[in-house]
Ligand binder design. Structure first.
Ligand code: PRP
Length: 174
């Protein structure tokens, strides 16, 4: 496949923003454990950098897999959990870690699922926020960058499973 890539956010810009997000989150939470829940697969690189930007000892890493039926997430009922947490999050501070929030259907479903498990707090951190595409209202406490409605890859985000390993976030056009 021949694709044109245009850098939207450089690796350096990402690193600086993640460092600031880490500082902000550190300041907002009391000492003690924070559970970071990485939503597979796109958030794995952001998770790795964010976890290291949190200057505290108790940062607990969990993974969750979700799938949506068909190519389009046209309703929240079409999302389901394919890989669940290992830990019991009841009574703990929990941060959902996303690479991108688009329509909001994924997060809307996930927050409902996780709230039922009675965490002490439940917030969302996303590296990228495509706010203009939002269909379902979701509360995003921490967002790295607002981005326009363009197809982006890199730093964990894919196009047909490729490009996740790019250091920059790039706009792709076929
Ligand atoms: C992306 C992203 C979010 C979701 C956001 O995952 O990681 O989970 O889409 O979209 P929404 O706000 O419209 O629900 P994707 O389905 O691309 O899977 P991947 O992370 O495994 O690439």
């Amino acid at each position: 496949m021949s694709s044109a890539l245009r850098v939207l956010i450089t690796s350096e810009q990402i690193q600086e923003r993640v460092r600031l997000l880490g500082e902000q989150i550190n300041a907002d939470y009391p000492d003690g454990p924070i559970y970071l829940i990485s939503i597979l697969k796109g958030s794995f690189i952001f998770l790795a950098d964010l976890a290291r930007a949190l200057k505290r000892h108790s940062v607990r890493i969990e993974f969750m897999g979700i799938s949506s039926y068909g190519a389009q997430k046209t309703s929240s009922g079409q999302v389901k959990v394919t890989r669940d947490l290992d830990a019991n999050i009841e009574g703990h501070h929990v941060l959902i870690v996303e690479d991108i929030v688009d329509s909001g259907f994924t997060l809307s479903y996930l927050t409902r699922v996780l709230e039922q498990r009675k965490p002490k707090s439940l917030e969302v951190v996303t590296l990228l926020d495509k706010r203009e595409k939002r269909v379902q209202a979701v509360k995003v406490k921490y967002a790295g960058f607002q981005i326009p409605d363009e197809f982006v890859v890199g730093y964990g985000l894919d196009y047909a499973e490729d490009f996740r390993n790019l250091r920059d976030i790039c706009v792709i056009s076929a």
